[in-house]
Design a protein around this ligand. Structure first.
Ligand code: NAP
Length: 248
C-alpha cells in the first residue's frame, strides 16, 4: 500500500511510524516550522497547489490511501484533501482528535474565530497569554490596549503591532506546574487558545482552571463532509489494517 499522510501534528508523526508495516509511507509537511521534529519516515515539504495539485500528486505517486492528520485548525488543507481524494478516486481518512470539553471550574468564553477572541477580551486592559501559534497573531493588533505574552515555536515576524508584547519561543508539551508558574510570573488574567484537543498543549487549560483565569477558547472549524473520521492513532491503524486485510 502506498500511503500519504498530511501531517504537521504529533499524531501524524506517531501514525506514520505505526503504518510502516502496511507499505510505503510518506509524510507531508507544509513547511511552516523552521526545524520540524524528526518524523521517522520519508518526508516531503511544501504545498501541492490546491486540491487539483494534490489530486495530481495522488495520481502521479500512485497513492492508495490519503490520511489527513493535519491540525484541526488547518481547514484549507483538509478541504483540499477531501476534494482531491474524491477527484482522484483515492481512499481517504481524517485523523481528528476530539475537542477539549469544558469541565467544572473552567472559565471559558467560547468564540468562533480570532476576531471573536479579540472582541471577547473587551475594552479594559488585560494581561493576555496568546498561545495560538504565530500565524494568526496579527488579529490582536486590533486590541492594542492589552499587554500580550505571545508563545510560539518560531518567531512572530513581523512582530505584533502593539505597544506591550513579550515573546516566548517554546515547543510543547508543557506541564501544568510550568504553565501555572508562567501565568503567575507574567500576572496573566486571560488565555487565548484554539480548541486543538489532545494532551500536548492541554496544560495551559488546566493551569488556567487552577488559577481561576478566563480562557477565550476558539472553536475549531468543521471538518469537510464525506470523509471517514477517526479520533485516535489506534483507530487509524485499525482502519488501515482492516483495509489491508480486505485488499483495498
Ligand atoms: P491551511 O491553512 O489549512 O493550509 C494552507 C495551505 O498550506 C494548503 O492549502 C496547502 O497548500 C499547504 N499545506 C497545509 N498543510 C500541508 C501539509 N501537511 N502538507 C503540504 N501542504 C500543506 O494550513 P495551516 O493552518 O496554515 O497549517 C499548516 C500546517 O501546520 C499543517 O500541516 C498543520 O497540520 C500544521 N499546524 C497548523 C496549526 C494551526 O493552528 N493552523 C497548528 C499546528 C500545526 P497547497 O494548497 O499549495 O497544497
Amino acid at each position: 500500500m502506498r500511503i500519504l499522510i498530511l501531517g504537521g501534528t504529533t499524531e501524524a508523526r506517531q501514525l506514520a511510524v505505526r503504518l510502516l508495516p502496511f507499505g510505503a509511507v510518506t509524510l507531508s509537511l507544509a513547511g511552516r516550522t523552521q526545524a520540524p521534529a524528526a518524523q521517522g519516515v520519508p518526508v516531503r515539504v511544501g504545498g501541492f497547489g490546491g486540491a487539483e495539485g494534490l489530486a495530481r500528486h495522488l495520481r502521479d505517486e500512485r497513492i492508495d490511501l490519503l490520511v489527513d492528520a493535519t491540525h484541526p485548525f488547518a481547514a484549507r488543507i483538509s478541504a483540499n484533501a477531501a476534494e482531491a481524494a474524491a477527484g482522484a478516486g483515492v481512499a481517504a481518512i481524517a485523523l481528528s482528535r476530539p475537542a477539549w470539553q469544558q469541565v467544572e471550574r473552567d472559565r471559558w468564553t467560547v468564540v468562533d474565530d480570532l476576531a471573536g477572541a479579540v472582541a471577547a477580551l473587551g475594552s479594559a486592559p488585560r494581561r493576555v497569554l496568546l498561545a495560538i501559534g504565530r500565524q494568526e497573531v496579527a488579529a490582536f493588533a486590533a486590541a492594542p490596549h492589552h499587554a500580550y505574552l505571545i508563545r510560539s515555536i518560531d518567531p512572530v515576524d513581523p512582530p505584533l503591532a502593539v505597544p506591550r508584547a513579550e515573546y516566548l519561543l517554546a515547543r510543547g508539551p508543557f506541564t501544568v506546574a510550568a504553565e501555572i508558574d508562567l501565568m503567575r510570573r507574567h500576572r496573566i488574567d486571560a488565555v487565548v487558545a484554539k480548541n486543538a484537543g489532545g494532551e500536548a498543549t492541554y496544560a495551559k487549560i488546566a493551569a488556567a482552571r487552577e488559577l481561576g483565569i478566563e480562557v477565550v477558547m476558539v472553536q475549531r472549524p468543521p471538518m469537510p463532509p464525506g470523509i471517514v473520521e477517526v479520533a485516535t492513532v489506534d483507530e487509524a491503524v485499525a482502519h488501515v489494517a482492516a483495509s489491508a486485510k480486505r485488499g483495498e
